[in-house]
Design a protein. Sequence first.
Length: 256
Amino acid sequence: MKEHPQNRFDLSGKTAVVTGAGRGLGQAIATGLAEAGANIVLVTNRTSAEETKSRVEALGRKARIVQVDIADRSKLPSIIDAAVEAFGGLDILVNNAGIIRRTPAAEHAYSDWQEVLDVNLNSVFVLCQMAGELMIEQGYGKIINIASMLSFQGGINVPGYTASKHAVAGLTKALANEWASKGIQVNAIAPGYMTTDNTEALRNDPARSRQILERIPAARWGTDEDLIGPAIFLASNASNYMNGHVLCVDGGWMNR
Ligand code: NAP
């Protein structure tokens, strides 16, 4: 029987893990997936995720908070374990947490480079690997990695970030190729310039801020809410034949 079109976006009964769920884009994505029906494991590090938990619960879903530094590989299994323990499995993984270090390449501290790669890339690989194992077994799963415009472009003064986000796009395609036939969709969202802490330095620099705005066809910076629809789409059966796609949510930035 054909599925009713509206139900294609329904996540009722699904379990999602969202990293970086205490603030910024991750908070909006976690809330959005809950809106569509999912219970959520909220992964956070320094920020309390209590507010996100309240939002999820207000929508009638369940939430479990896991507080870990995802740069510490030994802590990553606790995230997947929490999903299994609290909700009996894992259907959706959103690798959202990410950091940026802004200094010119010639002065870029190796410790910054290393930290950015640990958070933005190495944790993504390990979490995908662990989630993938479960998802292969159950023959179903959705993985969404948060990429960037700097998965396509070089950026300025952010060599580690750019390298990490190019790699996230590549990893997304590599995993999609291996797992598409096993019922798992691995895709990425590449946000444009969004008004979160990540871009505060850019928005505080009048020249950069103006240059960026001038290039955005939508004539505004993006907001966390702009990612909700695309995240629900990639987390749901509506995107079952999408594999290894990097979906730009950028107000048209990449077209210019
Ligand atoms: P944000 O407001 O700076 O938030 C960063 C998030 O990452 C926070 O939730 C933070 O958690 C988490 N995080 C950082 N280091 C962590 C660690 N070691 N362990 C666990 N969690 C950690 O950034 P955002 O704008 O929401 O960015 C979310 C994602 O979108 C990132 O991958 C970013 O690269 C990407 N992105 C953002 C933009 C943009 O314009 N904003 C554009 C393209 C891509 P704590 O606060 O708990 O530390």
